[in-house]
Design a protein around this ligand. Structure first.
Ligand SMILES: CC(C)[C@H](C(=O)O)[C@@H](O)C(=O)O
Ligand code: SF4
Length: 771
């Protein structure tokens, strides 16, 4: 070991609560919570009689399910949200934040917005912190030099209860981008270009540090767009070393330390050390010359399917690899595109400017500059602008951006995730084509059968004006010198300074929240009664194995968004692979071609996937819940996306990555022959029906131990209460600005730090704790 450390190494090291040689327990500074991935976690806490350890370090909002229609007559969630499941999920969050004494920005509050927009906007996200959320795009916060990553619902419960997470060190990856960007090219183009280069599995197992002169020149908004999409590159997190631009952005943010206070000075001293030591080792290095980045758009159904706007739709015949060819053919069919069509000849139906990638003030300003004085094309049925937060909306209105958009024919909406994933009323109809500033173009992402083309805000704005995917550089009146892209557009504090001024103000804003009467005494808010606490031990699994010949199977495909509105963990098997399992335009008539609709695979206990990167995309733990509910406990694949991989273990399931493709093919052949296989976790072997060992496999010792014994890792962590307290004491001394003092001073009447639960829960239901 050279002793030289990367930015990631430094932040990781500073958060180690303990390392027992098998896994590392990391302290979490900031926990963001939203309505989709939290109900089951709160239910688990309630079932185990646990409290939230650090309400002062936890911030909740509603974003995914909320309608983006006018809130002029908004009174409360129950009367405002029409769709029943969405309403229940939002109401459940409100019940939970009352019951657990958490800070919450609801629909009546200007500070409400997409969770990854409001954290930075409030100064909740700070350099050098660990930030988690039950959401894959938590990587956004890495733009501040934070170690920020998405987690599943079981881990949400773990963090709520212990303020820690059990983890394993990732590899270090560097993406260096140098030189000034060309006119019309933005950081969104840079990240789309980078993902096209490395692929959606390129960053698997890694934390990416983005560096180089191009990155240094970017504003915080531009940096957030890039770190946001690290997850689309397969990485656990993306990070950018903090610098003067970061510090400037944080000045006067409500929850950042007060400028010029001793805390601010101490924080700046610490933050300035948060950079990679020259000569520190990276496992993977990627270099990009900014001259090679053009305005970039996606053509297919994966974020790696990108091309310069001046390019053409790819031709499957140009690819020798049969699997690759089949993948492109499938994507073209879904997207309704002909090979070799120039991208600029693709006509669109809708435009969406929003999402946690591109809904910040700078994005809206850039798009407004393009549409100013113009009108959307006649073929554009709908064009929407959805600010990332209520405060951004206000700011934009103060600058007259809403007028510019409205005059051009765009709808000016209220804050939320909106059409990024259509869990709310904003969706595409089947076959509608959308120019979108969001981050995922998976099948059905913006609505069943909808077709998404990812791009930057200026490109989406230009598409709205012409009605076609458009090269921004050719748009009438495009002024290449208007905003030199290599000059940082620094957003200073006053941009987002607005805040609830007094306790009374805060109380008024939250007075519409119910008081917890919806909470049931048993089983939480109508949940399944299930919990992450303990599961059936996994030792040997023998049974039918179903073959699935696909690569990059995303969690939207495993279970689409409409099923995420549940507050339970159970009953999701019926929705597993929904789009592939049922014929379109039928009343859930089974597609006989799909493997899980065939005998004997309906009873499969194991899935063998022949392509890599299974479970990529969102952090939804609903994906393993759906598999488990269907009966699948083990998945064998060449590789897995990190968050999905974690989530399976938390549910007593075993994912087995096998990089020898011949072994995968052999198991797939046995599966095709309807033969059973045996997965022996104790001996770490996969065997034929006759007991012949097909392959050995690796599994982390700690995870194996938990699986074999059906252990609840929250209980295990709570046994180390003394170490957590020791870490917290040290943290208060060295990093006093992390205590959540902003909330204490402004919004709270009582103390915010509740005492941790003193009596550790048993690690195994009814069993002996032996770890
Ligand atoms: C709902 C949530 C689990 C999901 C995510 O983790 O990314 C969502 O935000 C998405 O973008 O698909
Ligand atoms: S990716 Fe879309 S759905 Fe997910 S958090 Fe961001 S805006 Fe919301």
């Amino acid at each position: 070991m050279s002793g030289l450390r990367t930015l990631y190494d430094k932040v990781f090291d500073d958060h180690v609560v303990f390392n027992d040689g098998k896994s590392t327990t990391l302290y979490i500074d900031r926990h963001l919570v939203h309505e989709v991935t939290s109900p089951q976690a709160f239910e688990g806490l309630r079932n185990a009689n646990r409290s939230v350890r650090r309400p002062d370090c936890t911030l909740a909002t509603v974003d995914h399910n909320v309608p983006t229609s006018s809130r002029k007559s908004y009174k409360n969630v129950s009367s405002f949200i029409e769709e029943e499941d969405s309403r229940l999920q939002c109401a459940t969050l409100e019940d939970n934040i009352k019951a657990f004494n958490l800070t919450y920005f609801g629909l009546g509050d200007d500070r409400q917005g997409i969770v990854h927009v409001i954290g930075p906007e409030q100064g909740f996200t700070l350099p050098g912190t660990t930030v988690v959320c039950g959401d894959s795009h938590t990587s956004t916060h890495g733009a501040f030099g934070a170690l920020a990553f998405g987690i599943g619902t079981s881990e949400v419960e773990h963090v709520l209860a212990t303020q820690t997470i059990i983890t394993k060190k990732s590899k270090n990856m560097k993406i260096q981008i140098d030189g000034p960007l060309q006119p019309g090219v933005t950081s969104k183009d840079a990240i789309l270009h980078a993902i096209g280069k490395i692929g959606t599995a390129g960053g698997t197992g890694c934390v990416i540090e983005f560096c180089g002169s191009t990155v240094r020149s970017w504003s915080m908004e531009a940096r957030m767009s890039v770190c946001n999409m690290s997850i689309e590159g397969g990485a656990r997190a993306g990070m950018i070393a903090p610098d003067e631009i970061t510090f400037e952005y944080l000045k006067n943010k409500p929850l950042a330390p007060k400028v010029d206070s001793p805390e601010w000075e101490a924080a700046i001293r610490y933050w300035k050390g948060l950079k990679t030591d020259p000569g520190a080792h990276f496992d993977i290095e990627v270099y990009i010359d900014s001259k090679d980045i053009a305005p970039t758009v996606s053509w297919g159904t994966s974020p790696q399917d990108v091309v310069a706007i001046s390019g053409k739709v790819p031709d499957p015949n140009d690819y020798e690899d049969a699997a690759k060819r089949a993948g492109i053919e499938r994507a073209l069919e879904y997207m309704g595109l002909e090979a070799n069509t120039p991208m600029e000849e693709i006509q669109i139906d809708k435009v969406f400017i929003g999402s946690c990638t591109n809904s910040r003030i700078e994005d809206l300003r850039a798009a407004a500059r393009i549409v100013k004085g113009k009108k959307i094309a006649a073929n554009v049925k709908r064009a929407m602008v959805v600010p990332g937060s209520g405060l951004i909306k206000k700011k934009a209105e103060a600058e007259g951006l809403d007028q510019i958009f409205s005059e051009a024919g765009f709808e000016w909406r209220e804050a939320g995730c909106s059409m990024c994933l259509g869990m709310n009323p904003d969706i595409l109809s089947p076959k509608e084509r959308c120019a979108s500033t969001s981050n995922r173009n998976f099948e059905g992402r913006q609505g069943a059968g909808g077709r998404t083309h990812l791009m930057s805000p200026v490109m989406a704005a230009a598409a709205g004006i012409t009605g076609y995917l458009t090269d921004i550089r050719k748009l009438d009146g495009f002024d290449a010198s208007a905003a030199p892209p290599d000059k940082p557009q620094v957003s200073v504090g006053s941009d987002h300074e607005q805040d609830a001024a007094t306790n009374q103000d805060y109380d008024d804003k939250t007075s519409d929240i119910p008081t917890g009467e919806n909470l049931h005494a048993e089983g939480g808010s109508g949940g399944s009664g299930g919990s992450a606490a303990g599961f059936a031990p996994f030792t040997v699994l023998k049974g039918v194995v179903a073959p699935l010949a696909r690569a990059n199977v995303d969690t939207d495909a495993i279970i689409p968004k409409q099923y995420l509105k549940t507050i339970k963990r159970t009953g999701l098997g019926v929705a597993l692979f929904d789009q592939w399992r049922y014929l379109p335009n039928t009343n859930r008539e089974e597609n006989p071609e799909f493997v899980l609709n065939q005998e004997p695979y309906r009873n499969a206990k194991t899935l063998v996937v022949t392509g890599p990167n299974f479970g990529c995309g969102s952090s939804r733990e609903h994906a393993p819940w759906a598999l488990l509910d269907f009966g699948i406990k083990c998945i064998i694949a060449p590789s897995f996306a990190d968050i999905f991989f974690n989530n399976t273990f938390k549910n007593g399931m075993l994912p087995i990555p096998i990089d020898d493709q011949s072994v995968i093919e052999r198991i797939a052949a046995l599966a095709a022959d309807k033969k059973e296989i045996e997965v022996d976790l104790i001996n770490q072997e996969i065997k034929t029906e006759d007991g012949e060992v097909i392959s050995k496999f690796e599994v982390e010792e700690f995870r194996k131990h938990c699986l074999v014994n059906g252990l609840d890792d929250i209980g295990l962590t709570m046994q180390h209460e003394d170490k957590i307290v020791r870490y917290e004491t040290k943290r208060s001394e060295i990093y006093p600005w992390l205590e959540g003092t902003g909330y204490m001073a402004k919004y709270r009447k009582g103390p915010v730090k509740v005492e941790a639960v003193k009596v550790p829960q048993a690690g195994r239901r009814g069993g002996k704790l032996d770890w």
